[in-house]
Design a protein. Structure first.
Lengths: 254, 67
């Protein structure tokens, strides 16, 4: 069970909803991923096209918790405003705090992220900040009341996988709230590694939406996250320098 | 009357007196939409009570795909 604030989830995969080729593929990918948490962005509506299709409006909202993000914010104030706009929909009280400091790397602004987290926790949100893989910052976010901390594996959409497993494992070790590895996952093996490190969940989007077959990749990620979690819970064997025979040495027939 | 919606100046009939009526006029009343008026974020139940006057700045936002 993944517990975030007052909510419980059996799936440990959080799925983004951006960049899918079309709604039908997206709907099928969401279904096979078995995710229970979907992220969204908040944007201006096109008021000239009242009939515009919207993915969220096609979902059974009983089945999913919405995790809107504050993407597009570059200051704490902007992030807080976007979070409040999202909550005014009456559909959600979770928020992914995302304050981007740099357009090229899309790396988060740690100071503004911490500030926004503090304000939004105070305001009653269930707050999940997207952050650098910095153990000290993760601790500060936790102390500020974050309900989960979401360190990046590598830059958003880069598909570089887990660049600093050491930092991630330190964050996980010291955490008292769920740690969700967010951003940079490229392949199922990346997701397995995140889960084997002891992450409580993985948030990904491009790895599925941008795959040649997004539906198949969604299933692969679902399985990878389950496999990684089971492996973590089972406890791996220690690595040894030399071979150790699996078959008994005694009783050889001569 | 003239109001600014999502950054663009619009002329709307004077019969549109409140936010609920504006959404109906724009044929957006049955959509998932959040309204901010002059930087004041509205809850859905405030739509009918919140009047619109000439010069108001309104933002209409919704959820789109994102990670």
């Amino acid at each position: 069970m993944l517990r975030i604030g007052p909510y419980e989830f059996s799936s440990r995969l959080l799925l983004g909803t951006g960049k899918f080729p079309d709604f039908d593929i997206q709907r099928r990918a969401v279904e096979v991923s078995e995710t229970e948490i979907l992220t969204f962005a908040v944007r201006r509506m096109n008021i000239y096209d009242p009939a515009q299709p919207n993915f969220l409006e096609q979902l059974d909202l009983q089945k999913y918790k919405l995790l809107p993000n504050t993407a597009g914010a570059s200051t704490a104030e902007e992030a807080v405003r976007i979070a409040r706009l999202a909550r005014a929909s009456g559909l959600c009280d979770m928020i992914k705090v995302e304050v981007i400091a740099d357009t090229k790397t899309l790396l988060p602004d740690p100071i503004a992220t911490l500030e926004a987290t503090r304000i939004l926790v105070e305001d009653g949100f269930i707050v999940l900040p997207y952050t650098n893989d910095d153990p000290v910052l993760a601790r500060h976010l936790q102390e500020a009341g974050a309900h989960a901390v979401m360190p990046g594996a590598s830059p958003i959409g880069s598909g570089q996988g887990i660049l600093n497993p050491l930092n991630l494992s330190i964050i996980i070790e010291e955490a008292t709230v769920p740690i969700i590895v967010d951003a940079g996952i490229g392949t199922p093996s990346d997701a397995v590694i995140a889960m084997e490190l002891g992450a409580d969940g993985v948030l990904l989007n491009t790895a599925v939406a941008g795959a040649k077959d997004p539906v198949k990749m969604a299933e692969a990620m679902m399985l990878a996250i389950k496999a990684g979690r089971l492996g973590y819970e089972a406890g791996r064997i220690p690595k040894k320098r030399y071979a150790q025979a699996s078959s008994p040495m005694e009783g050889m027939s001569k | 009357m003239n109001i600014t919606i999502n950054g663009k100046m619009q002329t709307i009939p004077d019969t549109v007196g409140n936010v609920q009526q504006l959404l109906e006029y724009l044929r957006l009343a049955d959509r998932i939409v959040v309204v901010e008026i002059n930087r004041d974020i509205l809850q859905k139940e405030q739509h009918a009570a919140r009047s619109i006057t000439d010069g108001d700045t309104i933002e209409l936002v919704h959820f789109v795909g994102g990670g």
